[in-house]
Design a protein around this ligand. Structure first.
Ligand code: PMV
Length: 344
């Protein structure tokens, strides 16, 4: 009998970055990281499974925005293979997967976190062992999402997703992300993200290749140590509401991520001139207005402008008057932070 389920899942943006994997295991992080989900930047995925009969080989079909995309199959098949030891029924079913993003395709936004978060939620729901109200449902969704794309494991919680063993949070683990359950000062609640699309299209170096370059990287160990320090300071800023401290960590983490790329062999640069122009403008505007805001970067040229949501109108104005010239086709996308997968 066919079964189907549909989930939407938000993307996420890291405040402390995951960059580098452990040598052993599958997609285990070399350092802990933490992120906010982006409630308004989502992937929606419908998964249809039907049992294999008469010795057929199981098949997988993947559609993005209703167009069949065989080029996505290697990643999805690897993902399903990695989850099969836990969900044995996978190998006895055909899969049809229909996915779409609510943001423009090829906008240079990492869609893999939202995509694998949605796929993983569908698998856990189809499996049926756990109810959504059981925290294990989300631990499993997070773990399976991790097996698709490491950072995707942080996309399944409303609260900041904390992934990777971290000495100050006993429950933290490399296996899956956990929802950060400590207190968060009102100063750091209700922030929003405006993603400035500096350049759309595929990035020139995949994150899989980027992570791999950390193995022989002269600064890798120092960076991993620094990530622990950043996370400790970030959680302290959550508690105290020290926005200065928060901003300093988030911006430093973004620059460290790119510094690692620029100092690996082979080295590469994903920032573009307009990335730096936008950052300069953000610094200048912050100095002039004292609005709580900062930038962060993913593995690409786009700039995430994080800001206290109570300044939404001022920030919209700022973007429209000063930052749009640096955005490709004048495109930027706004999102609330927080949000988790929802069943549709
Ligand atoms: O999930 P991956 O393997 O695509 O790694 C991406 C990691 C960064 O997005 C660059 C940083 C992070 O922590 O999300």
């Amino acid at each position: 009998m066919n079964k189907e389920v549909k989930y939407s899942c938000p993307s996420n943006i890291a405040l402390v970055k995951y960059w580098g994997k452990k040598e052993s295991g599958t997609q285990l992080p070399a350092n802990p990281s933490i992120s906010w989900t982006l409630n308004d930047l989502r992937a929606t995925t419908r998964m249809v499974v039907s049992p294999v009969v008469n010795g057929e080989s199981p098949t997988v079909k993947f559609y993005l925005a209703n167009i069949e995309k065989p080029s996505f199959l290697p990643k999805i098949e690897t993902f399903l293979k990695r989850v099969t030891p836990e969900l044995g029924w996978i190998s006895e079913h055909h899969f049809e997967i229909y996915s779409e993003n609510n943001f423009p395709h090829g906008a240079g936004i990492a869609s893999s976190a939202a995509g694998f978060g949605a796929l993983a939620s569908c698998l856990v729901a189809l499996d049926g062992q756990w109810e959504e109200s059981d925290p294990v449902f989300w631990e499993k969704a997070s773990k399976f999402a991790r097996l698709g794309s490491g950072s995707a494991c942080r996309s399944v919680y409303n609260e900041p997703g904390l992934w990777g063993e971290f000495e100050e949070v006993l429950e933290s683990t490399d296996d899956f992300a956990i929802p950060y359950s400590g207190s968060i000062h009102p100063n750091l609640q209700g922030w929003k993200d405006a993603v400035l699309i500096i350049e759309d299209g595929e990035k020139s170096v995949s994150s899989t290749a980027g992570h791999a370059l950390l193995k022989e990287h002269a600064y890798a160990e120092a960076r991993y140590k620094q990530a622990h320090k950043s996370l400790s300071a970030l959680l302290s800023s959550f508690k105290t509401g020290d926005v200065q401290q928060f901003i300093e960590i988030v911006e430093s983490e973004a620059l460290q991520l790119h510094a690692m790329m620029m100092s690996s062999i082979p080295y590469y640069v994903l920032m573009k001139p307009n990335t730096l122009e936008a950052i300069e403008k953000i610094w200048k505007h912050r100095n002039e207005t004292l609005i709580p805001m900062c930038f962060t970067l993913d593995a690409g040229a786009n700039v995430h402008l994080l800001y206290d949501g109570s300044y939404h109108e001022q920030i919209q104005n700022f973007i429209n008057t000063e930052l749009l010239p640096y955005c490709q086709n004048g495109l930027y996308l706004c999102s609330d932070t927080g949000g988790k997968p929802t069943k549709l």
